[in-house]
Write a protein that binds this ligand. Structure first.
Ligand code: 13P
Length: 255
């Protein structure tokens, strides 16, 4: 089991799924089913359009709402982007940044992440930073090199003592949406490596930071993954779209 000082965290990344009506329907069912589950923090990341309604619907629940991306500038000529003050105005509690889909399909760079992360923390928002290797990189034995490069570059601008406030999601790209989950040993090994990288900067922050696993997490494999000593929960895509499955995964993080 992970260190009891770290509260497990389970986040739903809905990606480009669910209209406002579908999001409302999910949350009405999910909020009721999850009740007052303690022992794990739950974050739901709907598309931007569903954020206001999602904040409203979870107001009297322990569930927090976060965005799937954010821009680092407060305002400006950035067509199609959403800023941190815009999220704060809605009562949104944080944002995912650096998801592999945004890095690969939408050219999100380490330089942009190094600006987004301190901006989120300065605004008091939760930052969920995704990192992970491709299948070719793993096969070439380069997993640690890739993780080191991402962690060092993306967190370069975050002071050591603030690293504990960042949630890191280890998401091996070959496990995302493929049904091919990393084994518990693979996930534990990579996450322990990430924690060691954080400890090089600040040992106390590394011990406090939540580092979660993402990539084909399902009700059937959540409990064994979350039982590993360094895996502090999960970032869940496909299985988070179904309220019953997501309840089961959240419960697995708070046994
Ligand atoms: P899946 O759970 O669908 O594999 O997606 C993982 C993910 O990308 C979460 O951010």
């Amino acid at each position: 089991m992970p260190d009891a000082a770290r509260t497990p965290l389970v986040a739903a990344n809905w990606k480009m799924h669910k209209t406002v009506a579908e999001s409302d329907d999910f949350l009405d069912r999910f909020v009721g089913a999850i009740g007052d589950l303690t022992g794990a923090e739950i974050v739901v990341c709907p598309p931007y359009t569903a954020l206001p309604s999602a904040v409203e619907r979870t107001r009297r629940s322990p569930i927090r709402i976060a965005a799937q991306n954010v821009h680092f500038e407060d305002s400006g000529a950035f067509t199609g982007e959403i800023s941190i003050p815009m999220l704060v105005e809605l009562g949104v509690g944080g944002a995912i940044v650096g998801h592999s889909e945004r890095r690969r399909l939408f050219c999100e760079t380490d330089e942009a992440l190094a600006r987004k992360l301190p901006a989120l923390l300065d605004a008091g928002l939760e930052a969920i930073l995704c990192v992970g290797e491709t299948e070719a990189e793993r096969d070439a034995g380069r997993t640690e090199e890739v993780l080191r490069r991402q962690i060092e570059a993306d967190l370069a601008t975050v002071a050591g003592e603030r690293l504990g406030a960042v949630v890191v999601a280890y998401e091996p790209i070959w496990a995302i949406g493929t049904g091919r989950t990393a084994t518990r040993e693979q996930a534990q090994e990579a996450i322990a490596f990430i924690r060691a990288l954080l400890a090089d900067r600040d040992p106390a922050a590394a011990a406090a930071a939540r580092i979660v696993y993402g990539g084909s997490v399902k009700p059937a494999n959540a409990a064994e993954l979350f039982a590993e000593p360094d895996i502090d929960g999960g970032l869940v895509g496909g299985a988070s779209l179904d309220p019953d499955d997501f309840v089961a995964i959240c419960a697995a993080a708070a046994p």
